[in-house]
Ligand binder design. Structure first.
Ligand code: SF4
Length: 205
């Protein structure tokens, strides 16, 4: 049985101020960056958005640019054609239905093309400062190995973690677990020897 208080204490010490590695300056930029980041490296996304965000500021700007031109702008990113299509469809809805704003509820966000539950939670947590549990591949793996959940389904993991982790630590926990999974508790070769959890981890590898 995982000691949640201990896990929180260790995580907070190791990752006192965890941040997402995508660059953005408002919820709309975060939405675009998260759609682009699916199956792609954050560094590559940041390189593309550095130019993109200078030129395009609102959903309407993307709609006016059009799918083909957008695809050209983002072609160094995996699945760029599909992502360009989703971004344009998404921006059309934001422009028409939400007056060029990003909606602030999970229900509305997951209705948008290219936005799943995980992405919606990223936007709510980091764009709007709402408490959220973000379950990506790293959070899933780290939580299972630490014994915080036995579930496989991301939504069930999210609910499990919501029950166990204090609400005021949800978003920070998610960001810290992402970093821990990315750099230490890696999928193939977890670096248990150098891990801050080595003494207490269930190592459900
Ligand atoms: S001890 Fe190993 S399995 Fe447990 S969290 Fe650390 S790296 Fe992952």
């Amino acid at each position: 049985m995982a000691d949640v208080d201990k896990i929180k204490e260790i995580l907070k010490k190791k990752y006192p101020n965890p941040k997402i590695e995508l660059n953005f300056s408002n919820p709309f930029e975060l939405l675009i960056a998260t759609i682009l980041s699916a199956q792609a490296q954050d560094v590559r996304v940041n390189k593309v958005t550095e130019n993109l965000f200078k030129k395009l500021k609102t959903p309407e700007d993307y709609v006016n640019l059009g799918e083909d031109n957008l695809a050209e702008e983002i072609k160094s990113i995996n699945y760029y054609k599909n992502k360009a299509k989703n971004i344009i469809k998404c921006c059309e809805i934001l422009a028409k239905k939400y007056n060029n704003k990003v909606p602030e509820t999970l229900e509305e966000l997951v209705e948008l093309p290219g936005i799943g539950r995980k992405t919606a939670n990223v936007i709510l947590g980091l764009g709007f400062n709402k408490p959220v549990i973000i379950v990506d591949t790293h959070v899933k793996r780290v939580s299972k190995r630490l014994g915080l959940t036995n579930e496989n389904d991301p939504q069930k993991i999210e609910f499990d973690l919501m029950e166990k982790i204090p609400k005021n630590y949800w978003t920070e926990f998610s960001l810290a677990a992402i970093l821990h999974g990315r750099y230490t508790c890696k999928a193939r070769k977890p670096n248990c020897g150098n891990c801050v959890f080595n003494e207490i981890c269930d190592k459900n590898v």
